[in-house]
Design a protein around this ligand. Structure first.
Ligand code: GLU
Length: 312
């Protein structure tokens, strides 16, 4: 369908009816996360650079959906978690036996630690306390569910040890507030609106995720890392909290041409101050972050842009 639309637009361009621009769709996540505002502002930077590319952004179910949609040619590029990208490229986890080897990384982005947010009166002070509780694990297609499943496994637990719910991340805070959930999980950039809002209006705990078993996962898999939510990030959080998680990436397929990807990366590198100002999760992003923990090979067009910028 997308290919048909593109052919139609190209035909119009040929007759001078629309300008000869490339139209691209970018997959993000739920509107209360970090992907959606970051994707929207990145699209604006690219569109304002006036380099012949028009990027539009879609809210989606998250990382697994996004990678599958790129593979099905329904999205051109997307944000996705590094664990999901690694697993897709290598044919593991959700992509078991179906390696998507045309997946390419454009840019490494912010840390995405798992947030385990619980009602203070639920009595959850560490991961294993969620046994028997009503807990949202994230919707099918989210990266959240994917990461939670790995965490449960390494803790020797399973979904059947909890009263598991599979709501979208944007829906979970209201359920928590109403007492219909004890906790929700959200793999998301530090300072996400969904977590900030519930922490500002309800008595919740951001549960530390520094268990030694998560340290073992970090040793075993390159895409995991600990991250710190500094004291005061969320209402009622008076101390630094150590969290466990992944990082976000911009990804695409090898079908995007080198010139297209080069143009996108160059537009971002030329506007780095504006890019870092998009969201607090991007504020401290270093140029090393662009090139570390990539999960899938760098697209050659991105490589050229980083080389020219003296970063590679
Ligand atoms: N990491 C989440 C996911 O892949 C989305 C986070 C966000 O929307 O910022 O499902």
């Amino acid at each position: 369908m997308k290919t048909l639309l593109r052919t139609f637009i190209s035909a119009l361009a040929l007759f001078g009816i629309v300008s000869a621009q490339g139209f691209y769709t970018m997959g993000t996540g739920g509107v209360t996360g970090v992907y959606y505002p970051v994707g929207g502002a990145t699209a604006k930077i690219i569109n304002d650079a006036d380099v012949g590319l028009r990027v539009t952004v879609e809210s989606t179910g998250g990382s697994v959906f996004n990678v599958k949609a790129i593979q099905a040619d329904q999205l051109d590029m997307a944000l996705a978690q590094s664990d999901v990208v690694f697993q897709a490229y290598n044919g593991e986890g959700e992509f078991d036996g179906a390696a998507y080897t045309d997946l390419r990384t454009i840019m490494g982005l912010h840390a995405e630690p798992m947030h385990l947010v619980c009602n203070a009166d639920a009595g959850v002070s560490q991961f294993s306390d969620i046994a028997g509780k009503r807990v949202n694990l994230g919707n099918a297609g989210s990266g959240i569910l994917n990461t939670v499943q790995q965490m449960l496994e390494v803790k020797g637990m399973s979904e059947s040890d909890l009263q598991a719910e599979y709501l979208k991340a944007a829906e979970a805070p209201d359920f928590l507030r109403d007492g219909r959930l004890d906790c929700f999980f959200y793999t998301v950039g530090i300072g996400a609106a969904a977590v900030r809002d519930i922490a500002a209006t309800s008595d919740v705990t951001i549960v530390p995720l520094d268990d030694p078993e998560f340290g073992q996962l970090i040793e075993q898999f390159p895409y995991y890392a600990f991250a710190t939510a500094p004291a005061g990030t969320y209402g009622g959080q008076d101390e630094d909290v150590t969290l466990f998680g992944v990082k976000a990436l911009y990804v695409t397929s090898s079908a995007m041409t080198d010139d297209e990807v080069y143009t996108i990366v160059t537009a971002i590198l030329d506007n780095l101050d504006a890019f870092r100002a998009i969201h607090p999760a991007l504020a401290d992003l270093t140029t090393e972050d662009f090139l570390s923990g990539l999960g899938a090979p760098l697209h050659p067009g991105a490589e050229r842009a980083y080389q020219e910028a003296g970063l590679l």
